[in-house]
Every structure is written in C-alpha cells, then in structure tokens.
Design a protein around this ligand. Structure first.
Ligand code: ADP
Ligand code: MG
Length: 569
C-alpha cells in the first residue's frame, strides 16, 4: 500500500450479510433483540428482505416452509437462549420433515457461558441444537464467516435436506478485519445439492419388480414434491399407467382429479396392491409402518426411491431400493421403461376406479349442505370449490378434524400448493407457513385452521397485516379442541379442559390490526367472504361458526390416544 492510504475495514455484521447475499439469500425470517437487532437493520439496509415475527417459532416455521417451496435453505434469525429455544422447535420440525433451513442465533459471551458464570441469556446453544438437527456449527472468527455460512447451506440442502444450526456469539458481529481479506474469505457454494444418480443395476431391479406386478401402486410423498421433478414424475405415472396415491403434501403433483389418482380409494389400494413404489415417502406412522391391517394379508413388494440410504428397510423389507435424487431416479426409470411397457391388468384398474367413483359419489351430497349451523363437510365443500376455481392459490391447513377432512375433500391441482402439519402432525405451523408462502410465491394463500390450531400462531395475524400479505385465514370455530361441547366432569365452574370461550370472534383479531374480519354462519356466506378476500388480496380472517357438536376426538387418529381401563363408559 502507498504511504498514508487507509485500509478499508469490514466487520462480522457485514461479512454475514455479504456471505448470505453471495449465496442468493433474499429473505430472513426472524425476531429482533439482543444481540441481533442491528444485524437485522443492516441486512434490511443492504437489500435483504427481513420479515419480523412476534414469536420465533413462527419465524422458524416460515423459514422451513420457504425451504420446502424453493429448495434453498430458509433462514431464521433469533436472539440467544429463549429466542433460540423457540426457534429450535421449528428447526427440529424442519429436520423431521426433511425441509432445508438454517437457524441463525446470536449467543452470549463464550468465555462466560463456558465457565457458567451467569451471562445474560447464558446457554450452550450449540450443544443443545446438535441432537435436534442435521448439523450444527459455531463461528468464532470473522475470517471464518464465509466458510461457516457455506457449510451451513451445503449441510441443509445436500443429501436428505434438513435443519442446520449456526451459532454466532455476540462478539463476532463487531469483529473487524481488512475489507479485502474479508471479501476474499467469502465462499459461494458450488453445486450445493449435487445430483445423486442411482446405480444402473438398482434401476433394472426396480423395473423388474414393477413389471412383475398384477396390482401396482405408486405412492408420492412430500419428498417428491420437494424434488421439483414434476414433469418426470408425471411422465412416469402416465407412461406406466400405474394408479398413484399422493401423501398430503404431495397432493397436486398430479391433479387429484387425474384419472389415475387413487386418493379416494386409499384403503383399497393399500390393502390390495401387490407392488408399491414409494417416491419420496417414508413408511412411517402415516403409512401404518408398511404393515398390519391397513396393508392387507397378501404378500407385498416395495420399491423405494429415496436419497437417504438408511431409509431403506426402516420398517419392512424393501425389495428394490433405489437410492438417489428423485429427479435422477425417475428419469432413469423412464428411460428403462421404453416403449414396450404393458399397462397394469385392467381388472386392477377397474377395481380402483369403481371404488374411487363409489367413494366420491358417497361424499358428494354431504359437501352440498348449505345451512346453519355448518358442519365440516358443508364448509369444506365450498372451500373445495374455491381451490378448484383458483388452483394456483396455496392452501395451508392444520387442526384435527379440520385437517383430516380438508385433506380428503379439497382437491389440489398444482404441485407444492398444499402445506400442512407434516410428519409430526404438529399444531402451530399455520401463520408461519402462510406468511412464507405469500412472500416466497406471491400467490394468494388460504389458511384453513381449526380454532385450536389457529391459537398456536394467532398473534402472527399482526405480521400478516404489517406486511399486507394476501392471506385469507378461515378459522373453523367449533368452540374447542375436537369439539366445543365437553363439560367439566366435576360440575365445577372451571371450563372443561378441551373447550374455549364460546362463540369467540376471531375475526375481530384481524380487525384490530387493520385487516378485514368477517363472521359467517353458512357455506354460502363463507364462499362469498373467501372469494372477496382473495380477489382483494387484503389480509382477511373469516370466523366460520361450526356446529360445536361436530368433530370427533383427535380427528382420524383417535386410536393413538392411550385408554384407561378405569375410564367410565
Ligand atoms: P410424506 O410424509 O409425504 O410421506 P416423508 O417426509 O415421509 O413424506 O418422506 C419424504 C422422503 O423424501 C424422505 O425420506 C427424504 O429423504 C426424501 N427426499 C427428500 N428430498 C428428496 C430428493 N430430492 N430426492 C430423493 N429423496 C428425497
Ligand atoms: Mg375446534
């Protein structure tokens, strides 16, 4: 350097922002506070969209679903200890669901934390995060920020996607270094999620098993939706002629109204199929672990496509494991299928079709009931029409009965339009998912929420109003959890454990923040309110009064409740 010229300096704040921007991060979901308040301000000043929530769990859920929708890690930013723990729930949930996200939390002074001398929000966050996510890293030196961010991104999206924790101690943000050295230390991740090609022998084995089938079935899971191999998957299904069953977040990969869709014949195809090809779906509790009554007595062979080799044989024997990314695996199968492929036997196709038509016909009249008090079917019947008329809208869905019934009733037409409670069946994803869906896609969002489920994230309607997002929340208000009719068994004045304030007006919550609130009591009113909301793009909450007696314990999974032998009938 020439004499007198000053070295330009940079610091931790700016290196983190530059590292994120270099890797294409456009949005951060978070909650401000010590030690990351200024970081959020600076990130916004530097052109990153910073969406501030009211609680970290919802910011985390937003980041997680952003990851699912975009195949890039969603970023959640929190303060230390309690804020970190709030975000950690979402990180663990993202990991369970195989959604890529990075939780970045500020943390307190290392020296004091490690000696347990009682710092402000003291906690060894790295150690706590580690067992709950895919990878966890801490950066201590400004010069390592570039590589730390790069590792976090690659860890989140490569192989089976998942949650990554990045621990940034308060001191790091203010650390100073030479600007040029800083710029040189940044890393733009090359090919963060490399294609993983299946072995040719494995492809042939899979095709041989499929060829031998008399009653084949393809199950599409949310891994298939995540993979964004929509055209190949559609081609494989149509070319093979095999009926397909979408798991809930795979609905719409092919339209639910597709002639090969066996969604309305679910129990029949699970029971009677002889060869099942799983594409990005695990044989976990949601598929009764691949055995037992649900799957019938006839012997069954499984073909499984998954990027995670350890997933094979996790519950039952996999006759043809196909390890690789879904795009590559499905393309290889398509190539191998060739032009001489025989469609499945027609008696199987006929059996599936007639079961489907029978079930659809049985359901139809229940969806047309237009009177008060509304039941779930009547209300969902009109929301089903809303989505048919607006197939590009994103449907967020949680609750017990509200979830189980909406999943079956509302047909989806496009990939990645249905976002719900996922692998854990967790309540509380609603508003976080709705915010991120609106921000990441720019499409209208319809969030169909049980009143109980809505309560977990309801305060985020303020966030929806603050960013003026095109989100219409419909609260199915039956005055309680599962139902609104339970009474305190002692006859005392305390409410029963599962009921809420009777006839609450959730619509007023939205009005409190400048959004539109509507109270409806009939399916016609509900349809009109939702259409108006979506047309206007204004934040809207529709309080849909549902018969308090409608709804069954735990929806479709009541069997998971332990029973006391002493319980009175
Ligand atoms: P669902 O609940 O819809 O049945 P799961 O979450 O159980 O779906 O399964 C998703 C599966 O998809 C996981 O086992 C995951 O490893 C796999 N997966 C995710 N992304 C890919 C990908 N790009 N290629 C292959 N498999 C993937
Ligand atoms: Mg309820």
């Amino acid at each position: 350097n020439t004499a007198g010229a000053e070295h330009e300096l940079t610091d931790g704040f700016h290196l983190i922002i530059d590292a994120l921007k270099l890797n294409g991060v456009k949005t951060i979901y978070g909650v401000p506070g010590i030690p990351i308040t200024d970081f959020g301000r600076m990130a916004q000043a530097e052109g990153i969209r910073v969406i501030s929530f009211r609680h970290e769990q919802h910011a985390g859920n937003a980041a997680a679903i952003a990851g699912f929708l975009t195949k890039r890690p969603g970023i959640c930013l929190t303060v230390s200890a309690p804020g970190f723990l709030n975000g950690l729930t979402a990180l663990a949930n993202a990991t369970t669901n195989c959604f890529p996200m990075i939780l970045i939390s500020g943390s307190s002074e290392r020296e004091i934390v490690d000696l347990q001398q009682g710092d402000y929000e003291e906690m060894d966050q790295l150690a706590i995060a580690k067992p709950l996510c895919k990878a966890a890293f801490r950066v201590l030196h400004a010069a390592d920020i570039g590589i730390g961010v790069a590792r976090a991104i690659r860890a989140a999206v490569s192989g089976r996607p998942g949650g990554v924790y990045l621990d940034l101690p308060a001191k790091l943000f203010g650390q100073v270094m030479d600007a040029e050295a800083g710029a040189n230390s940044l890393v733009e991740v090359i090919d963060p999620a490399p294609a993983q090609l299946p072995a040719p022998g494995a492809v042939k084995r899979a095709l041989d098993v499929l060829k031998g089938a008399k009653r084949p079935l393809i199950i599409l899971g949310k891994g298939a939706a995540y993979a964004q191999a929509d055209d190949q998957i559609r081609a494989l299904i149509e070319k093979s002629g095999v009926p397909f069953l979408p798991m809930s977040m795979a609905k719409g990969l092919l339209p639910d109204t597709h002639p090969q869709c066996a969604g309305a014949a679910r129990s029949t195809v699970l029971k009677d199929s002889d060869v099942v090809m799983l594409i990005g779906a695990r044989l976990n509790w949601l598929l009764s672990h691949g055995k037992g009554k649900t799957w019938g007595d006839a012997p069954k062979k499984f073909i499984q496509i998954d990027i995670e080799p350890k997933e094979m044989d996790s519950n039952v024997e996999i006759a043809a494991p196909l390890v690789g990314d879904i795009g590559s695996c499905v393309s290889a199968l398509l190539e191998g299928i060739g032009d001489t492929w025989q469609a499945p036997p027609s008696d199987w196709i006929d059996a599936v079709n007639s079961k489907r038509e029978e079930n659809i016909a049985k359901m139809a009249p229940r969806l047309m009931k237009n009177s008060a008090p509304m039941d779930f079917h009547g209300a969902l019947g009109v929301l089903r029409t809303v989505i048919r008329e607006r197939p590009d809208a994103i449907l967020v869905n949680e609750g017990a009965n509200t979830l189980d019934l909406a999943r079956g009733i509302i047909d989806m037409y496009q990939p990645r339009k249905r976002l719900d409670v996922g692998t854990w069946g967790v309540m509380g994803i609603g508003m976080g998912f709705a915010v991120a869906a609106a921000i990441e896609t720019g499409k209208p969002v319809l969030a169909v929420e049980g009143d109980s489920a809505f309560g977990f994230s309801g305060m985020e309607v303020e966030t929806i109003c603050r960013y003026n997002l095109p989100v219409c929340v419909v609260v199915f208000n039956n005055n309680g959890i599962y139902r609104g009719t339970d009474a305190n068994p002692t006859g005392g004045t305390d409410a029963a454990t599962t009921v809420f304030v009777k006839d609450a007006r959730y619509d007023k919550m939205m009005e409190a923040f400048g959004g539109v609130g509507v109270h409806v009591t009939t399916p016609d009113e509900l349809k009109r309110a939702v259409d108006t909301a979506i047309d206007s793009g204004k934040p809207t909450l529709v309080n849909a009064a549902i018969d308090p007696a409608a709804g069954s314990e735990s929806g479709r999974i009541g069997n998971l409740n332990p029973q006391s032998i002493l319980k009175k009938k």
